[in-house]
Design a protein around this ligand. Structure first.
Ligand SMILES: [Zn+2]
Ligand SMILES: [Zn+2]
Length: 76
């Protein structure tokens, strides 16, 4: 079995992207909602390593939280 070795565009770490087998690729091991996935796809066209996917998911949720604060008049 051949796996493509990729470099994460965010941390430059290498990881295996199991092309043609989306269920086995580690990008699918990180549970993401559709919104979170869109947010990541917006910034990076390629797969990221699992650690970065998780980091970006946290980033997204922080941003979303701040936006909500802004809307109700708090925030900065
Ligand atoms: Zn990474
Ligand atoms: Zn992948």
């Amino acid at each position: 079995m051949k796996h493509e070795l990729k470099y994460c565009p965010r941390c430059n770490g290498s990881f295996e992207c199991k092309v043609g087998s989306v269920v086995l690729c580690q990008c699918s091991t990180v549970k993401l909602s559709q919104e979170e996935r869109n947010f990541i796809n917006d910034k990076y066209e390629d797969c990221l390593c699992a650690a970065c996917m998780e980091a970006l998911r946290d980033e997204y949720n922080r941003e979303k939280f701040q936006l909500r604060l802004k809307k109700i008049g708090y925030g900065f």
